[in-house]
Design a protein around this ligand. Structure first.
Ligand code: FES
Length: 197
């Protein structure tokens, strides 16, 4: 090593002091190398495990809108939450959609909310108008595009088909200070009973 002075002592070259510095250099080099391998391996394992943990994403109440802004026509709302993926958190990603409508029963105002995924195989249910052959009135219905299951505006399955096993999945709601909250959940597809996925 060059000391930059007139009389320099290079006597410790090749001695214990230099060997100690070499040892520490080697030690920290190996530790750094091990960390460089360990971090991506940990991230890979975590990225495999996390989706399993995230399977139950939702299962809590989400704020939707104000009670005043709802009416009898169902409205579709996206549900957004933070998605954790290995080392990063992606904020406010859409994790699903719900339909919500408000109905009046006597003096009581009720809010009904449904999961937008079809209970048969998980396609996204839409809304469509259709003429009622008995009354000739044009009616609004929930309709699944995949295997043409239809549901009335209370989520009741209209055309019983072997492949459309149950009514639309009703979700829990609550009203606080005039705001609507819905408990977002995804249920198992293809089963006659509504059960957690
Ligand atoms: S997924 Fe809706 S009827 Fe099959």
């Amino acid at each position: 090593m060059f000391c930059g002075k007139k009389n320099c002592d290079y006597s410790d070259l090749g001695t214990g002091a230099v060997r100690r510095r070499s040892f520490f250099g080697l030690f920290f080099g190996l530790a750094g190398g091990a960390m460089a391998f360990a971090i991506p391996i940990y991230a890979a394992i975590k990225s495999v495990i996390d989706p399993l943990k995230n399977k139950g994403l939702g299962g809590k109440f989400y704020l939707l809108t104000s009670l005043d802004s709802l009416d009898e026509i169902p409205q579709k709302f996206p549900i957004a939450d933070d998605i954790k993926d290995a080392w990063i958190t992606i904020p406010r990603q859409t994790i699903g959609n719900v339909y919500v409508r408000k109905i009046q029963e006597g003096n009581e105002t009720k809010v009904l909310a449904w999961q937008s995924l079809c209970p048969h195989a998980g396609c996204t249910i839409g809304l469509k108008t259709q003429e009622n052959p008995e009354t000739q009135n044009v009616e609004l219905l929930f309709s699944c595009p995949c295997h043409t299951a239809h549901f009335d505006l209370n989520g009741k399955l209209l055309d019983k088909k072997p492949d459309a096993p149950r009514n639309m999945d009703l979700l829990e709601t609550k009203i606080e200070n005039g705001q609507i909250y819905v408990k977002f959940e995804v249920f198992a597809f293809g089963t006659p009973e509504k059960k957690s996925s």
